[in-house]
Design a protein around this ligand. Structure first.
Ligand code: FDA
Length: 501
């Protein structure tokens, strides 16, 4: 409530925020979480909480009149649809040079993501975060994160037999014929539930294409894991549909004044509240946290933040591409929306790429192999406050994604040559081969050990902490949420032990 004072306030309810909330509440600390998206618990008129993937409505996108689907075109036409403006679950935040997809709602990115739960390669983790003890990470915090997230693996025998993973088997076969290594990828989608879906025993979710606009069943998103456990302590309060706009040292009594706008389901501000918190945990995601901190630094509320705030942002080298298979290499009319396999070419220094074999669950046979490639793209960008607009921009240029294209092209050119196949040139624009203008994996902007101390503290402002993907310097080589979760587990343990009395 307006005027309240709370011991701990967490901004954002994605991975970093959920870990902070669980460990703080378990330590007996009353914790208040503020989330700009809604709490996705009430069914719509169709009886479903989330809308169907193939006929999206307002629930799909965050405050837009028209969808901006990642695969935006097909056979020369746009596949986007008009929708009603609503606080939908998937945001495609447009920074000019790049569209950054993010989850909105209690659970953050876990509501919309593919659930791929990948522990990064140890040598690369050590390269990007040399200040973090990797022994500790790989013996304690990665296992802790995987357990709490509910990570599980697909039954390999079922994978080989089900029609729903024909697309992945075709992707594997074509990769291996060119000498590439493929690997199963763990997931937080409950594979036992998926098997029951296939057997017709439970309501289908992944097997009716549900994923990027939310899963109505099967997926262990954070609201079912970390946040449910935090709520069970009785010490967590969540304010959904509240957007934090400012954080500044409180004038009296210590702590920080946090200002937030309450919004309605059409995104209009219906009230403003100011809460004072002893400790504030920034967990608004790489974009959300960086925007807040850069703007507070520029406008003077947190003027002493270091110059490293807003730096080293990257998109995890994301680039998408589709290949047209031969008629005899079908990918299946029925596809699970949950990816379970990747092409691992990371060790090849001429084309370091980890490519997820992605589903294209259109409900009909298309013979398309779709990939989301994570390339070792060294390009980075900065957030900058624009005093004329009062907004924070990100100066990423589309041309900075050329290294990702070059690396992925090497890999997929080889497959195409071997197979005698070609790229689809109609999926990301009327005549565009590469999906190079978007990312699912924003990382960095407030890098661990540079903008913060070694545990996410902002030392210039005791009691302020960063917990989310903004700590990771731009690229982690695999899908990022396990890394974000494990780092948050490591950091919050140290913070609770040393800073909370
Ligand atoms: P996250 O973005 O999860 O949470 C931040 C929260 O803060 C959001 O809920 C946001 O609404 C809220 N917020 C922001 N600003 C705020 C403000 N001012 N006030 C209040 N609240 C605010 N990763 C992976 O490992 N495997 C995968 O398979 C996929 N697949 C995938 C698919 C799609 C479509 C997307 C969009 C993303 C993925 N990802 C993924 C990426 C993954 O979801 C992402 O890396 C994490 O969610 C990031 O976790 P964070 O805790 O950093 O922020």
């Amino acid at each position: 409530n307006d005027g309240d004072r709370v011991p701990a306030l967490v901004i954002g309810s994605g991975y970093g925020g959920a870990v902070a909330a669980l460990r703080l509440t378990q330590a007996g600390i009353d914790t208040h979480m503020v989330e700009m998206g809604k709490s996705w618990t009430t069914p719509g008129s169709d009886g479903k909480v989330f809308c169907p993937m193939l006929s999206p409505d307002g629930r799909s996108f965050w405050l837009r009149d028209r969808t901006v689907q990642p695969v935006s075109h097909f056979s020369g036409g746009s596949v986007d649809k008009n929708i009603s403006r609503y606080v939908g679950v998937l945001d495609a935040e447009d920074f000019g040079g790049i569209k950054v997809y993010q989850g909105r709602g209690v659970g953050g990115g876990s509501l919309v993501n593919g659930g791929m739960a990948v522990t990064p390669k140890r040598n690369y983790f050590e390269e990007i975060l040399p200040g973090v003890d990797s022994n500790e990470m790989y013996s304690t915090y990665f296992p802790r994160a995987n357990a709490a997230l509910g990570v599980n693996n697909i039954d390999p025998a079922w994978f080989e037999s089900t029609e729903y993973y024909k697309f992945a088997r075709t992707g594997r076969k074509t990769a291996e014929r060119s000498g590439y290594t493929t690997t199963f990828v763990p997931n937080v989608y409950d594979f036992n539930y998926m098997k029951q879906e296939a057997a017709g025993q439970v309501t289908k979710s992944a097997l009716v294409s549900e994923v990027i606009y939310g899963n109505n069943a099967g997926k262990k998103s954070l609201d079912k894991t970390y946040l449910a456990a935090a709520s069970a302590t009785g010490k967590l309060t969540i304010s959904a549909l509240h957007v934090v706009t400012s954080v500044a040292p409180a004038a009296t009594g210590g702590g920080y004044q946090v200002v937030m706008n309450q919004i309605n389901e059409q995104g209009n501000t219906v009230g403003t509240k100011t809460v004072t918190a002893d400790k504030v945990f920034f967990a608004a995601g790489s974009i959300g946290t960086s925007k807040l901190l850069v703007s507070m630094k520029a406008q003077g509320q947190l003027a002493n933040l270091p110059g490293a705030v807003g730096q080293e942002w990257g998109h995890n080298g994301n680039v998408m591409v589709g290949r047209a298979n031969h008629m005899w290499d079908a990918t299946g009319a029925k596809q699970s929306a949950i990816p379970v396999m990747g092409i691992d070419n990371w060790a090849d220094t001429s084309a370091p790429v980890f490519a997820e074999i992605a589903p294209f669950p259109a409900g009909t046979e298309l013979w398309v192999s779709l990939y989301l490639a994570i390339a070792k793209n060294p390009q980075r960008a900065q957030f900058q406050f624009n005093s004329a607009t009062g907004k924070v921009g990100l100066n990423w240029q589309r041309s900075q994604n050329q290294p990702s294209i070059d690396m992925a092209k090497k890999l997929f050119d080889k497959i195409n040559k071997k197979e005698g196949t070609i790229y689809r040139t109609d999926l990301f624009g009327p005549t565009q081969t590469w999906g190079d203008q978007l990312t699912y994996h924003p990382l960095g902007g407030c890098v661990l050990g540079k903008a913060t101390d070694g545990y996410g503290r902002l030392p210039e402002y005791p009691g302020l902490y960063v917990m989310d993907g903004s700590l990771v310097p731009g690229n982690v080589g695999v899908n990022p949420f396990v890394t974000i979760t494990a780092l948050a587990e490591r950091n919050i343990e140290n913070i609770i032990a040393n800073d909370m009395n």
